[in-house]
Design a protein around this ligand. Sequence first.
Ligand code: ADP
Length: 391
Amino acid sequence: MTRAVLTLNAGSSSLKVALFPETGDDPLATGLADRIGPDGVLTLKDATGAPIASAGDLTSHAGAIAAVIAAFRARWPDLDLAAIGHRVVHGGADRMTPEMVTGPLLAELAQLSPFAPLHQPHNLAGIRAAMEAFPGVPQVACFDTAFHRSHPFVNDTFALPRAFYDEGVRRYGFHGLSYDYIAGELARSAPHLAEGRVVVAHLGNGASMCGMTHGRSVSSTMGFSALDGLPMGTRCGQLDPGVLLYLMDQRGMNAAQITDLLYRQSGLLGLSGLSNDMRTLEAAGTPEAMQAIDYFTFRCQREVGAMAAALGGIDALVFCGGIGENSRLIRARICERLGWMGIEIDHARNAQNDRIISTDLARTTVMVIPTNEELVIARAARRASGAEGAA
Ligand code: ADP
C-alpha cells in the first residue's frame, strides 16, 4: 500500500499540491492547478519530473482536488492518504502551532477572513473541499502567521488607540511556513548560527524578511496584511498611510479600487510598467526596469539594517524564495552596501548559487537555502495524524 500525506496550498485561482510518502523529505509528486475556472490547467509531475496524466473538472477548487486525487490514484492504485495538510494564511493572534481541523476551528478561522480577505476564504474553501472528498482523513491546518507569535509587543502593535489592537489590528507577519523551514534547516546544518541573530530574506513574488534569534521570530517586515514591508511583484510594500487618504479623498477611489492598485498594480510591475517577474526585468534593461530593481534592492538593504537593529546585530543573512534562491544579481546588489555590518559576498560562490556565498573572513555569514513550505506542512500533517516517521 502507498500510504502518503497530501499537502494543499489553495490560492484565489490556484491550488499547489504535493504528495509525500509516509517518511522522508522527497515528494512522490508535485503539481499546480492554475487558473481554476473555465480555462483551468492542471500540471502534475512525479519525483523524476515526468508528467502524471490528469484530466477533470477544473472549474472549482473541489473539482481540482478531485482531479488531483484521481490522477494520483491512477498512478498509485493502492494510494492511502494518512492525512491532508493545508496552508492557511491566518491563524489569528494566539495560534503558534498547526491544528487538526474541526468544525469549531473552521468557524474560528472563517472569522479571521476580514483580516486576510484575499487569501483566507480560498484556504478555507480548499479545506472544505478536501473534507468533503475525504471525510475520514485527518486534515491539518498550518498557519503562516504562527511562526511570528513570539514577537514582543513593540513588534506586534501599531501606535493606534488600544481598542484596535484588542480587536485584532496587529502586526501578524506572514511567510511563517517558509521561515519555520529555514529555522529548522539552520538548526540542523549550522546550529551555532541558528542560535544567533539571523535575518531571513524570503524574496519571491511575495517578499518579506524575518529577524530571528534562537530560531524564533522577533520581527517581520510584513504586518497586518501581506502588503507591508518590501516591494513585491505586484504589491507596493511599505506605504505612507497618508497616500491612502489622498487616494480616497482626492481621487475618490473606493476600497476595491485601492485593493486592486496596492495588491495587483504596484511593486515591480507598477514601477517598471513592464512586468512583475524579476527575470524579465533583469533581461529587459530598460531605465524603468532598472529603477524597479534599484528600488527593490534599496528597500531590501534598508530592511536588513532595520532587522539588524531590532536583533542587536546580525550573524547571518539567509536568502530564499524564487529571487533569493536564483538571482545572483539581486543578492549581490543587496549585499553590496552592507559591508558596514560585516557582510561581504564572494562573487564566485554567489555566481554558483553556493549554500554559503560570503567570504571566509566576513563577520556575517550569507547563505542561500532553498525553502520548502510543503515539507513543513507535510511534517505537521504526519505528526498530527500519528503517521510513522514524523519529523
Ligand atoms: P511565489 O512567491 O509566487 O512562490 P517564487 O518564490 O516562485 O514566487 O518567486 C518568483 C520570482 O522569482 C519571480 O520574480 C521570478 O522572476 C524570480 N526568479 C526565479 N528564477 C530567477 C532567476 N534565475 N533570476 C532572477 N529571478 C528569478
